[in-house]
Design a protein around this ligand. Structure first.
Ligand code: UDP
Length: 239
């Protein structure tokens, strides 16, 4: 339930969380990170698999969307800004690329994945990419069986919510270590295929507006989940 997601929401800063995740990787720990926006939470409120992922004692929920930060503040939490999937992924790819750890990329279109891998290899020539697969083969289980056999230090899954979280949650206990993150559209941004919002949008916490302007078909999905989210937060607050 929505209320429970806020109980376990990470409240620290982006930098602190990036360091915490990199440290967990270095220690050989297992960590499942859910980068949440209001839509993530509303899907969890009505989808059993997503709810299980969000409520799992193994998962850490970080506030990717400004709506989640604001709602948490309304519920009395002291927040330290957003922790975005794009920045967290970039930080951990850098960590993998400079420490000899390994990474697997699952999801997005083949051309996006190719562009991402080319960029990552150009930035970190020594990086150990143990495997990759596009997200359009209808073969989530086969891909995850492969990832299990490889036991990478970092697994980035870009399939969209809730598919990516439900999949990670299903296979998590087959891994002895690794940082697992559902990163949504981050491969599109990190590969340079899609532009991230200009700095002014990010600074004003209006990245969501930029995304809707670029992809108007997102509006209805965004509007419905945010209206429901705000009304649910009001209810929780009044309890
Ligand atoms: N995607 C995929 N397979 C699919 C549907 C989507 O790999 O069957 C990818 C898509 O190419 C994109 C990501 O999943 O890279 C989802 O991006 P989106 O921005 O929709 O993420 P969300 O808003 O769900 O975080």
């Amino acid at each position: 339930m929505l209320k429970d997601y806020f109980k376990k929401l990470y409240t620290g800063s982006q930098q602190e969380f990036c360091e915490l995740a990199a440290n967990a990787m270095d220690q050989g720990q297992r960590m499942f990170i859910i980068t949440a926006n209001p839509e993530t939470m509303m899907i969890g409120d009505s989808n059993e698999g997503m709810d299980q992922a969000l409520c799992s004692p193994e998962s850490t929920i970080v506030p990717d969307g400004i709506g989640v930060v604001k709602a948490a503040e309304q519920l009395g939490k002291t927040m330290h800004g957003r922790v975005t999937g794009v920045e967290l992924s970039a930080y951990l790819i850098n960590h993998v690329g400079t420490t000899g750890k390994s990474v697997y990329f699952y999801g997005a279109k083949q051309e996006v994945l190719d562009a991402l891998i080319a960029k990552v290899k150009a930035d970190y020539p020594e990086i150990n990419i143990v495997g990759s697969h596009n997200g359009y083969g209808n073969c989530d289980d086969q891909v995850f069986e492969e990832i299990v056999s490889l036991q990478p230090d970092l697994v980035l899954v870009a399939l969209g919510i809730p598919r990516q979280e439900i999949l990670i949650n299903k296979y998590l206990d087959k891994f002895s270590k690794g940082i697992f993150i559902g990163v949504g559209g981050s491969f599109d941004v990190l590969s340079g295929t899609k532009k991230r919002a200009p700095a002014i949008f990010c600074k004003l916490n209006l990245e969501w507006l930029y995304r809707i302007m670029k992809e108007p078909k997102r509006f209805s999905r965004f509007f419905k989940s945010n209206v429901r989210f705000i009304s649910k937060i009001r209810k929780i607050k009044s309890l």
